[in-house]
Ligand binder design. Structure first.
Ligand SMILES: *Cc1c(COP(=O)(O)O)cnc(C)c1O
Length: 457
């Protein structure tokens, strides 16, 4: 057994290239090979158990090895694993589409499937652009998008074009299409030096000016509703999303909401948009859709978007997009079971006290010497570490403080992954309260060890 584990690590190092990873740092000590999972624990090949502190990168919902989802996938496997969705349909994909529309913000009417969040966004951008070209009163000049700084919408070229995280995106700049970028409401580091409680949403006014000036050429406003996840859990002041919806309506620009991270209960409601009763024209979902089981994504649109693509065959108005595995039946079956559990187990109801518990514990963490800001939207939280709390001076990224905290957490049986200097907490919605407390205790302990002691581990 032991040699087998060593072999696996050696094989990984010999053959594999991991995503978003500096492979030079991929040492023996660093590699952890997951063998199986149970409830909210991941278990490695050496039988060590770890709390899944970031929901296997923000996608796991009810936990691992959920009986109902396991069974749904097995049952589907005994019928058909895959058949194409180009010119054919399949049972779970149809049923899931209905269920998605029933749970989505009112007014979204059609589901277009894909395989990842990036692709769901790529589709949203293509659809939005094409909508203005093919609709009854075409607006051919509309060919630009406006998005927020620090946005993350995926890592394909289109989704990177509307992104704004320099660390990930800078190198590809020459390949990207041109966009307008507006300030992001990063209140802790407000560009205007204002306070959230007393500001007049000056950052929003910048977006407003951009849209007012360029609306003739604007296809859509692209936004992560309520919270910019990958930017470091940057939460928007309340009413911000509503203002964006009004702005889009006022200037006849579409609103694309990227609910890839926020969807399926992560913010405490089914979708983040629900909290401001906003219906986007186009909404992208992925991560939590299958409960964290299989790759699947979807782009939901209003009927008016869908209708614009209707026409005689010879008008070639069809939406020419689709991949080999689009609407994979196994993934759709998992997603359907995932959504049924939300109803059967009242997932959103039982989540509320856990959100409160997290909030309470985070206040204690906020008081730590090197914690500059704590941001929480539902069950998504970010803890921003700073070198100097009074001046908000950040740690240099090369100090790898975020990575340092997460490395320490592993020793205490917790898997976490930081975003630069921001420690991310995003456990599965189904986590038990005692486990959630353990996760928060370990987080606090590791932040203290990493930032308050001078010794090295
Ligand atoms: C993760 C994420 C994406 C990309 O999803 P993938 O499935 O990784 O392609 C897009 N938008 C947001 C807001 C995300 O958090």
């Amino acid at each position: 057994m032991k040699t087998a584990i060593k072999d696996l690590k050696a094989l990984d190092q010999k053959y594999v290239w991991h995503p978003f990873t500096q492979m030079r740092d991929w040492t023996d000590e660093e590699i952890l090979v997951i063998d199986r999972a149970e409830d909210c624990y991941l278990i490695d090949t050496e039988d060590r158990r770890y709390i899944d502190g970031v929901s296997s990168l923000w996608c796991n919902v009810h936990g691992h090895q959920i009986k109902k989802i396991n069974q749904a996938v097995k049952d589907q496997l005994d019928k058909v694993a895959h058949s194409t969705f180009l010119g054919l349909s399949n049972v779970p994909a149809v049923l899931l589409a209905k269920k998605l529309i029933q749970s989505a913000p009112r007014g979204l009417a059609r589901v277009f499937y894909s395989d990842s969040g990036s692709e769901a966004m790529e589709i949203a951008l293509k659809m939005a652009y094409q909508y203005w070209q093919v609709r009854k009163n075409p607006r051919p000049k509309k060919n630009k998008f406006v998005h927020l700084e620090l946005a993350y919408h995926g890592d394909t070229i289109g989704s990177v074009s509307v992104g704004g995280i320099d660390l990930f995106h800078q190198v590809y700049k020459p390949l990207l299409f041109e966009t307008y970028s507006a300030f992001s409401p990063y209140c802790y580091r407000c560009k205007f030096g204002l306070k959230k409680e007393s500001c007049k949403r000056e950052c929003f006014q910048e977006l407003e000016h951009l849209v007012a000036k360029h609306h003739e050429e604007l296809v859509a406003i692209v936004v992560e509703p309520l919270v910019q996840g990958a930017a470091g859990m940057i939460d928007q002041p309340s009413g911000y999303l509503t203002k964006i919806r009004e702005l889009a309506d006022r200037y006849d620009v579409l609103l694309i909401c990227d609910e890839v991270a926020t969807g399926f209960g992560r913010t405490g409601t089914m979708f983040a948009c629900d909290q401001e009763s906003v219906t986007p024209d186009i909404m992208a979902v992925a991560k939590g859709i299958t409960g964290g089981y299989l790759p699947l994504a979807a782009t939901l649109v209003k009927e008016k978007i869908y209708e614009a693509f209707l026409g005689d065959y010879g008008e070639f108005k069809a939406f020419f997009h689709g991949h080999t595995y689009t609407a994979n039946p196994l993934a759709c079956a998992a997603a359907l079971a995932n959504l049924e559990i939300f109803e059967e187990d009242k997932t959103l109801e039982t989540l509320q006290p856990k959100i409160a518990l997290m909030k309470h514990r985070l206040e204690k963490i906020r008081a730590l010497k090197h914690v500059g800001d704590v941001r929480q939207v539902g069950f998504m939280a970010g803890i921003e570490l700073v070198r100097d709390k009074s001046t908000k001076k950040p740690y240099d990224l090369t100090e790898k403080r975020g990575i340092g905290v997460c490395k320490r957490a592993r020793k205490y049986g917790v898997i976490m992954r930081p975003l630069g200097n921001v420690i991310v907490l995003m456990p599965p919605l189904g986590i038990a309260e005692n486990l959630l407390e353990e996760l928060l205790n370990v987080t606090e302990k590791c932040i203290r060890e990493e930032t308050e002691s001078s010794g090295h581990c």
